[in-house]
Design a protein around this ligand. Structure first.
Ligand code: NAD
Length: 246
């Protein structure tokens, strides 16, 4: 099954692409960073996985339409799985937010999912159905410091998912959200010093951050036939971080 994963050159997106390919998918890894994309794709190819890399800025609607058409051509068939994972995130104080920063965050993390979905739906209709998985964050409803713009963007992802689930049900296109808690990617770890990291990790009910592979497993479930009756849902993968404890 041809699959598209956005923001797949590193971190969670790369783990999702790997997992889908290991399960037999033909996967297009999209990313704005060609420099990171090339070695990531090569490493998966070296393991015999069927993947292609496509440089694409997902905030550019025209580029997204082109990339979706190229993905289908390179993967020999209409796309059946779309994972909206790309993010451009900045955690800054309210006073430091400016219009450019907020626009960029929303363009990559929220509006782009509309453009990718528009393009993918045409192909999924040809297939008679498909599965779309959008990445949100527990920050949408349990905010961390300096997260106003990020939390708003991720809350938007949940609303978008539910609305599209209603709109696309008749086309047999399932739309779901995966909501990760704190995941220990190199980029997320780099935001904190060792002491803060250890304190945050200890605060997790399971005593550790999640791994990219654990998020990828949830995405793969929703993308697969096993998740065939899951639609418009939010799958929280956070080690218990958002379990109410009062
Ligand atoms: N890491 C965490 O702890 C965590 C927690 C909750 C939710 N999430 C969500 O999971 C997803 C992946 O997170 P991550 O930590 O792996 O992110 P990351 O920053 O490590 O990777 C994001 C990828 O998106 C790419 N990208 C950025 N702008 C782009 C654009 N305009 N077009 C195409 N690609 C673009 C980047 O080049 C990068 O490869 C995101 O949606 C994030 O919000 C992550």
């Amino acid at each position: 099954m041809p699959c598209v994963v956005t923001g797949a050159a590193r971190g969670i997106g790369l783990a999702i692409a790997e997992r889908l390919a290991v399960e037999g998918g033909k996967v297009a890894l999209w990313d704005i960073s060609e420099r990171r994309l090339e070695p990531a794709v090569q490493a998966l190819r070296d393991r015999g996985l069927r993947v292609v890399g496509i440089a694409c800025d997902v905030s550019d609607r025209g580029a997204v339409a082109d990339a979706m058409a190229r993905s289908a051509a390179l993967l020999d068939g209409p796309v059946g799985v779309l994972v909206n994972n790309a993010v451009w995130a900045r955690f800054v104080a309210l006073e430091a937010l400016d219009s450019d920063l907020v626009d960029r965050m929303l363009a990559v993390g929220l509006k782009a999912a509309l453009w990718t979905t528009q393009a993918a739906v045409q192909q999924m209709r040809v297939r008679g159905g498909g599965s779309i998985v959008n990445l949100s964050s527990t920050t949408a409803y349990r905010p961390v410091a300096l997260s106003a713009a990020y939390a708003a963007m991720k809350a938007g992802v949940m609303g978008l998912t539910r609305a599209l689930a209603m709109e696309l049900a008749a086309d047999r296109i399932r739309v779901n959200t995966v909501i990760p808690g704190m995941v220990g990617t190199p980029a997320s770890r780099a935001q904190f010093d060792e002491v803060t990291l250890a304190r945050r990790e200890a605060a997790m009910p399971l005593g550790r951050f999640g791994t990219p592979a654990e998020i990828a497993a949830a995405v793969a479930f929703l993308a697969s036939e096993d998740g065939g009756y899951v639609h418009g849902a939010e799958l929280v993968v956070d080690g218990g971080w958002t379990v109410p404890s009062h």
